[in-house]
Design a protein. Structure first.
Length: 154
C-alpha cells in the first residue's frame, strides 16, 4: 500500500480524520490550498473530491473562477495517480486541455476513474476529470496527460 492510502487508512479512524487528510493532501502542492479541496472518496484508480463555492474562488461574475476549477481537476487527477501508481513507477503532468461547459454557480465535485490503466506498461495516462455542480451538470471537463515511467535506480 502506498503512502497516500496508508495515511488515509490511519486518519479515517478519527472524527476529523477526513478533513485532516484532505488538508494534508492539499499540502503536497501548496497552491491546492487556495481552493480548500475535500476528498470525498479515494481508492486505487478512482477519486472524487469537492470544493465549496466561496468568495475566495469567485471570478467577476461571482461564479467559480475557471482556474480554481482547473486546480480542482489537477488535485483530483494527481492524488488519484499517487494513490494508484505502483511503487516502481513515477508520474508527472505534461499537458492539460480544458472545456468550460457550464457556469459554475454552486459547490463543485470532481471525479476521475483510471480503472482501465495498465500500470505496468503505460507510458501516458490521460486523466479525464469531470467537474459537476450540485445539480449534476458538467461545468468543466479536463484531460490531464500524465507521463509515466519507471523510477531510476539509485
Amino acid at each position: 500500500m502506498n503512502r497516500v492510502l496508508k495515511l488515509q487508512q490511519k486518519l479515517q479512524k478519527y472524527p476529523f480524520g477526513k478533513r485532516i487528510f484532505s488538508r494534508l493532501l492539499a499540502g503536497f502542492a501548496p497552491y491546492f490550498k487556495t481552493i480548500k479541496p475535500e476528498v470525498v472518496e479515494l481508492r486505487p484508480n478512482y477519486m472524487k473530491s469537492r470544493m465549496r463555492k466561496r468568495k475566495a474562488v469567485h471570478n467577476h461574475l461571482k461564479t467559480v473562477h475557471a482556474i480554481a476549477s482547473c486546480n480542482l481537476c489537477e488535485f483530483t487527477a494527481g492524488i488519484c495517480m499517487e494513490a494508484s501508481i505502483p511503487a516502481h513507477r513515477r508520474w508527472i503532468p505534461v499537458g492539460m486541455t480544458v472545456e468550460y461547459l457550464h457556469k459554475a454557480k454552486t459547490d463543485l465535485t470532481a471525479e476521475v476513474d483510471l480503472s482501465d490503466v495498465d500500470w505496468d506498461t503505460t507510458e501516458q495516462v490521460d486523466c479525464v476529470v469531470e467537474v459537476r455542480d450540485t445539480e449534476g451538470l458538467v461545468a468543466v471537463k479536463a484531460v490531464i496527460a500524465m507521463k509515466v515511467s519507471d523510477k531510476k535506480a539509485r
